[in-house]
Write a protein that binds this ligand. Structure first.
Ligand code: URP
Ligand code: ZN
Ligand code: ZN
Length: 430
């Protein structure tokens, strides 16, 4: 039996904050106590360090086909980077192509994810709603998928209200959750056409075609449909005050709904687009980075429980892949890297700067995503009987983030040069 004994660390979970020892046997937490004397294959001295449960990243896109290319991390490189950054579970998106059986969709992604080095689960994105799709949702749930993703954005992927309601009703009846990318797609496409017609093709136009107003409107609309259909719902990658307000009022009327944001929206802002192409192209993602005044409402919402989860939307494309859009921003593949940086960024910018507590950090990055997507308590906590994924963090280290320290398969970090407090000194993925 493989055993690990972590000695004298400060264990932080959603319900604990104590100096103790933790004994893990065959990947399961067996004992939590002070001064354990058990023998173990590995004894880890965690004096002066935090012991956190392994991170759960509820939003990644490894090896995602997009715009004639693939996101540059496959399940091997992306999950190794995740582990190096303290994340031991990812939930990726298996996207249905038109006319495709959901079983085929899930099989494709399961095949790709055989290379994964950490626990990997899936949301299945439903883009083609018909009798067979609805029937298959039930079967897919039985195959261990607890959530179905929908789009209000993106031509060819977004659902009509009628199809969205059908998916919601089916999800409700089978005990699944519906998640959504909320931007009013038709209006975005009209804006894009206007910018192209006006020969405005530089990266700075990208955020102008996708304003916060259209995200807020879509969030409100999605949550209203979920309310009408009594469907548990989850809004992915929220970026702005308008969306937060919509989620807060949905929760206020007693609706079962959840929200997610990502470090890029808490830390970066749309001034990134006011640079030369070589810099600005790094930040093309949807929804785009927002005006800085959105950051405080987002921090407030993650602190007060309105937003439940911080994930990454990790979807890296190299500078060479982005080069395709040098003369036309609409040709830059959308998405940015972040799976390796999330846990340290949220510690440094959140906990160390006093914006969130240690326990809120664990809830947002580990426990809540595990609970919402049906992985708790195997994932998302460290309790007797739970899974034993964990990472250690030294709170007293100060360093400057540089892409050369990261192992994500991409040639830049959006956080290059950022001063960081705290350092992950090891991650154990059971
Ligand atoms: O720009 C992004 N976020 N790309 C990944 C796909 C998505 O919409 O989440
Ligand atoms: Zn999205
Ligand atoms: Zn995404």
């Amino acid at each position: 039996m493989a055993t690990q004994l972590i000695k004298n660390g400060r264990l932080i979970t959603e319900s604990r904050d104590e100096i103790c020892d933790v004994l893990i046997t065959d990947g399961i937490v067996k004992k939590i106590s002070s001064k354990l004397t058990d023998t173990a294959d590995q004894i880890i001295d965690a004096t002066g360090l935090y012991i956190f449960p392994g991170g759960v990243d509820a939003h990644t896109h490894m090896e995602l086909p997009a715009m004639g290319t693939f996101s540059s991390d496959d399940f091997k490189s992306g999950t190794l980077a995740a582990i190096a950054g303290g994340t031991t579970t990812i939930i990726d998106f298996a996207n249905q192509s038109r006319g495709e059986s959901l079983h085929v969709t899930l099989d494709k992604w399961l095949e790709k994810s055989k290379k994964a080095e950490c626990a990997t689960h899936f949301h299945v994105s439903v883009t083609d709603v018909n009798e067979r799709t609805l029937q298959e949702m039930q079967e897919i749930k039985l195959r261990g998928v607890n959530s179905f993703k929908t789009f209000l954005a993106y031509k060819g992927m977004r659902l009509t209200d009628e199809h969205m309601s059908a998916v919601m009703q089916k999800a409700t009846s089978i005990g699944a959750l519906v998640t959504a990318h909320c931007e009013m797609g038709e209006e975005v496409e009209k804006n894009v056409a206007d910018f192209i017609a006006a020969d405005r093709l530089e990266p700075a136009c990208h955020p102008l075609t996708r304003p916060a107003r259209l995200e807020g409107e879509a969030t409100e609309h999605f949550l209203a449909l979920a309310h009408k259909n009594s469907c548990p719902s989850y809004v992915v990658h929220m970026t702005c005050k308008e969306s937060v307000d919509a989620l807060r009022s949905a929760k206020g009327r007693g609706q079962k709904c959840y929200g997610e944001t990502c470090p890029q929206y808490l830390i970066l802002d749309d001034s990134a687009y006011q640079q030369e192409f070589d810099q600005a192209c790094k930040y093309i993602l949807s929804p785009p980075l927002r005006a800085k005044h959105n950051q405080n409402p987002l921090w407030d919402a993650i602190a007060d429980g309105t937003i439940d989860v911080v994930a990454t939307d990790h979807c890296p494309f190299t500078l060479e892949q982005r080069e395709k859009g040098r003369d036309n921003f609409t040709k830059i593949p959308n998405g940015i890297p972040g799976v390796q940086e999330r846990m340290i960024l949220m510690y440094s910018e959140g906990v160390a700067k006093g914006r969130i507590s240690l326990q809120r950090y664990v809830e947002l990055c580990c426990t809540n995503p595990a609970k919402i997507f049906g992985l708790y308590p195997q994932k998302g906590t460290l309790e007797v009987g739970s899974g034993g994924d964990f990472f250690l963090l030294d709170p007293n280290k100060h360093w400057k983030l540089a892409n050369e320290q990261l192992q994500q398969n991409v040639d830049y970090s959006c956080y290059e040069g950022l001063q960081i407090q705290g350092q992950i000194v090891g991650c154990w993925n059971q």
